[in-house]
Design a protein around this ligand. Structure first.
Ligand SMILES: Cc1cc2nc3c(=O)[nH]c(=O)nc-3n(C[C@H](O)[C@H](O)[C@H](O)COP(=O)(O)OP(=O)(O)OC[C@H]3O[C@@H](n4cnc5c(N)ncnc54)[C@H](O)[C@@H]3O)c2cc1C
Length: 469
């Protein structure tokens, strides 16, 4: 038994005290619900916490933090459970699980929404779309608002409205001391700067307040599929096309084997493809002019870039990132695409080892790039693209190492083309240097100062950790 496990087993007898101090259930290895409670999106993560506190509100979070702190337990914080590195779980310690906290209140007149930390993007979009509103969220409905927001937040609306953190108005947060505070431009502004990109380093956020925008309910959006063998010319065209795209248009491309999605013809399933997806955040009739060249280029297998409900766009790719599959990610950011970058992307995507693996490339820029570098901890203001190389397989697949090696080889090959930073939310459990890379040396030092002020003992360390020194 290692020393960490030994210390974390010590307080077994105190679990009852924890149960008495919270309203939500405390789930332990002996409980039937344990395996379900410790399952997160990445099925490759298999950790066995000593206790999982399913919080019902800020009071539970406060008592769980104080319990963990008084006993010096390793404490993980879980909301949507999508963090690929599995920091939402720990072996032997305490998990503060906010997933039961689902409250959402939309104020259509003020165009704001407040949502508790357990809310998922599909849940928030559903409520805001009732009023024809949305904020910048992720592109898969079952991702948590919490982790995504705290790391920055990119999605289909970002080039028009900025990163998710650029639309964050305030948070309620439980500090390492177990105090509930509000952070906004007016209250604890230093902390508010840090939570807008600094991940879970400064406390447990219990709720988020967002600015909303008029979106949809119908947007001109969706993917166009071409065979992968056409990808070199499709992506060279794409590069020219996006160079003059308005902020309303955000695009993403994906290199993979066509998954068996219901909207794809059966004879395409399993064939290597390049998918170029777009969303026009404005009146669909205006967008039609903008996307026409993209729709007219080449001979697509299928073109689904057409008016659809914003909610339909948001759930369109859910089936290709299913909870419980096994995942390993590597990520780089890119400046505008060069021929070399395009050819490397296509070459390595063509060599993928699992039919579920893929490489997804987000177009950044627009409003995202016009926020000052020092205004938020989030630091991807200058990059043109985020590349996420995703090795994906199932539990039965015995070739995990081969799939991981593919992702690593792909990542290494992209290095000559890569920009200086990496997107925090696409990091796995990759160590201190990669976290530092997400911010750059200067901003990392500012985050260290903030960490020293709010969490000098590094109580919140099971995360993309900023070490207080
Ligand atoms: C299928 C999929 C699609 C994705 N798509 C996008 C996308 O479109 N855009 C994008 O920007 N990102 C995207 N991501 C990345 C995503 O932003 C991160 O995985 C993020 O960490 C998920 O947050 P979560 O709450 O679901 O995860 P969790 O695993 O619960 O949280 C991740 C980490 O965040 C911290 N944390 C979580 N909740 C809190 C809290 N309440 N208070 C303090 N710290 C907390 C903890 O350190 C935790 O370990 C995607 C991820 C997946 C798996």
């Amino acid at each position: 038994m290692d020393s960490e496990t030994a210390t974390t087993l010590a307080p077994i007898t105190e679990i009852e005290a924890l149960r008495d101090s919270v309203r939500g259930p405390v789930i332990c290895p002996e409980d039937d619900a344990y395996d379900e409670a410790r399952a997160i999106w990445n099925g490759a993560i298999d950790r066995r916490p000593r206790a999982i506190v399913r919080c019902t509100g800020a009071a539970d979070v406060i008592n769980a933090v104080r319990f963990g702190r008084e006993r010096d337990l390793p404490v993980a914080v879980r909301s949507g459970g999508h963090g690929v590195g599995g920091h939402a779980l720990c072996d032997g310690g305490l998990v503060i699980d906010l997933s039961p906290m689902k409250g959402i209140r939309v104020d259509p007149a003020a165009r704001t929404a407040r949502a508790e930390a357990g809310v998922l993007w599909g849940e928030l979009d559903r409520e805001t779309q009732l009023c024809g509103l949305a904020t910048v969220g992720g592109i898969v409905t079952h991702t948590g608002i919490a982790g995504l927001t705290l790391g920055g937040g990119i999605g289909w609306l970002m080039r028009k409205y900025g990163a998710t953190v650029d639309n964050l108005l305030s948070v309620d947060l439980v500090t390492a001391e177990g105090e509930l505070v509000t952070a906004s431009d007016h209250q604890n502004p230093d902390l508010f700067w840090g939570v807008r990109g600094g991940g879970g380093n400064f406390g447990v956020v219990t709720s988020f307040e967002y600015r909303l925008h008029a979106v949809g309910p119908t947007v001109l959006a969706g993917p166009i599929f071409h065979p992968l063998e056409r990808a070199p010319e499709v992506l060279r065209f794409y590069r020219e096309f996006i160079a003059s795209a308005p902020d309303e248009l955000t695009t993403i491309f994906n290199l993979r084997v066509a998954p068996p999605l219901p909207f794809l013809p059966e004879d395409v399933h399993g064939k290597p493809i390049v998918m170029v997806g777009a969303c026009y955040a404005g009146p669909p009739e205006d967008g039609a002019q903008v996307v026409r060249p993209l729709k007219e280029f080449g001979t697509p297998i299928i073109d689904l870039l057409e008016p659809k409900p914003y909610l339909a766009l948001q759930s369109m790719f859910d089936p290709s990132a299913q909870p419980g599959w096994h995942y390993y990610w590597k990520s780089v950011e890119l400046p505008p695409l060069t021929d070399g970058a395009i050819d490397t992307l296509v070459e390595h995507a063509a060599a993928l080892t699992s039919p579920k693996s893929y490489c997804i490339v987000f177009q950044l820029g627009g409003a995202l790039s016009r926020v000052g570098a020092d205004e938020t901890a989030f630091s991807q203001r200058e990059a043109a693209h985020n590349v996420n190389i995703n090795a994906v397989w199932t539990e039965e697949d015995t070739e995990a190492e081969r799939h991981i090696a593919w992702a690593r080889g792909f990542f290494d090959a992209m290095q000559p083309h890569a920009g200086g930073r990496v997107y925090l939310n696409f990091l796995g459990d990759e160590g201190a240097e990669r976290v530092r890379q997400a911010y750059g040396a200067q901003k990392y030092e500012r985050l260290v100062e903030l960490k020293r002020a709010y969490d000098p003992t590094n109580f919140f360390r099971l995360n993309q950790n900023i070490q207080p020194g």
